[in-house]
Design a protein around this ligand. Structure first.
Ligand code: IPM
Ligand code: MG
Length: 368
């Protein structure tokens, strides 16, 4: 049998430098654990625009469709701000999500013990925090038609459409219920059913599915604005949260910051099962391309490394190896090493991107 395939798309900004650390981790698993992956690399975002005049070529799209998993760094940067909307770096990412039909975006917000004091909230509010936001990723206002900027009565009008079908709501809710079942058994669904019809339908469909198929999962509903408030007040009340594309975008940034740093958090975007039974999948750090620090060797590679851990768990069925990698990251943080984004009042040993990667490899060495 051939090895499982992984397509790496480093992208823009800090993407390439954090991905270089992931490649070291992948090599380590090959060397020390006999885990062989067919790794290939391609361009996305501004990097693809520079080379090919499009943020994602059809050839790259086809390679992503064929891969067992895709690992993406980050896209975008000020250099591309003036490009037409249709070819902006972000369109490459959105095309991957849409055409691979990656409808369930898993964004864990976990507070690493060593970083609990680094959060902008008090230690007892965040210590031990472990929540999972499931964001719908292929529909809603991000993709709804009609959209555009038109002229009406001599003025410009910007239009986007929030639109959800029943089946789109049900499939992402199902992913969230399944996750809740394997965690603490609690699911909170967030929408704005008080103002939006799409929210009314969202609430109904989630409620019906819960009653019919997941009576063992404790289901609650919250308006998304109240959800934002509750997330900052007492985040530990949540286990799994399921919400739409736009609310999920906002709430996941909020949840990420509770944990101390966006530079720590991975994500998985999953679609329907492939022939091998594993879901179609793309993994990416939650952080962006951070153009202000790109190319300086300062970026935190942990979110991207933990995204690879999620790939080990969800795409390659190697949960124990994912645990090993996550434990190595924890150990390095506990030892006090800090990239610039993690330098808080309590200090620590400042390190750069490559040193952080090497420290994680050293911990992995100890684990065998
Ligand atoms: C995210 C990002 C993207 C989004 C951008 C880069 C298109 O903010 O993944 O959260 O809005 O979905
Ligand atoms: Mg976002």
């Amino acid at each position: 049998m051939s090895n499982p395939s992984l397509l790496i798309l480093p992208g823009d900004g800090i993407g390439p430098e954090v991905m270089a650390e992931v490649r070291k981790v992948i090599d380590w698993f090959g060397r020390a654990r006999g885990i062989r992956l067919d790794v290939s690399e391609d361009l996305v975002g501004g990097a693809a625009w520079d080379a090919h005049g499009t943020p994602l070529t059809d050839a790259t799209m086809a390679r992503a469709q064929a891969a067992d998993a895709v690992l993406l760094g980050a896209v975008g940067g000020p250099k591309y701000d003036d490009l037409d909307f249709s070819v902006k770096p972000e369109r490459g990412l959105l095309r991957l999500r849409k055409e691979m039909d990656l409808y369930a975006n898993l964004r864990p917000a976990q507070c690493f013990e060593a970083l609990a004091d680094f959060s902008s909230l008090k230690r007892d509010v965040v210590a031990g925090l472990d929540i999972m936001i499931v964001r719908e990723l292929t529909s809603g206002v991000y993709f709804g038609e009609p959209r555009g900027i038109v002229t009406e009565n001599n003025e410009r009008v910007g239009i986007n459409t929030q639109r959800y079908t029943e089946s789109e709501i049900a499939r992402v809710a199902r992913s969230a219920f399944e996750l809740a079942r394997r965690r603490q058994g609690r699911l909170c669904s967030m929408e704005k059913a008080n103002v939006m019809e799409s929210g009314v339908l969202w609430r109904q469909v989630v409620q019906e599915l819960g009653e019919a198929e997941y009576p063992d999962v404790e289901l609650s509903h919250m308006y998304a604005d109240a959800g934002a408030m509750q997330l900052t007040r007492w985040p530990k009340q949540f286990d799994v949260i399921v919400t739409d594309n736009l609310f999920g975008d906002l709430l996941s940034d909020l949840a990420a910051m509770l944990t101390g740093s966006l530079g720590m958090l991975p994500s998985a975007s999953l679609g329907a099962p492939m022939a091998n039974g594993r879901p179609k999948a793309m993994y990416e750090p939650v952080h962006g391309s951070a153009p202000d620090i790109a190319g300086q060797g300062k970026a935190n590679p942990i979110a991207c490394i933990l995204s690879f851990a999620m790939a080990l768990r969800y795409s390659f069925d190697l949960g124990a190896e994912a645990d090993r990698l996550e434990a190595a990251v924890n150990a390095v943080l506990a030892s006090g090493l800090r990239t610039a984004d993690l330098m808080g009042p309590e200090g620590g040993t400042p390190v750069g991107t490559a040193e952080m990667g090497d420290a994680i490899l050293a911990e992995l060495d100890k684990s065998t």
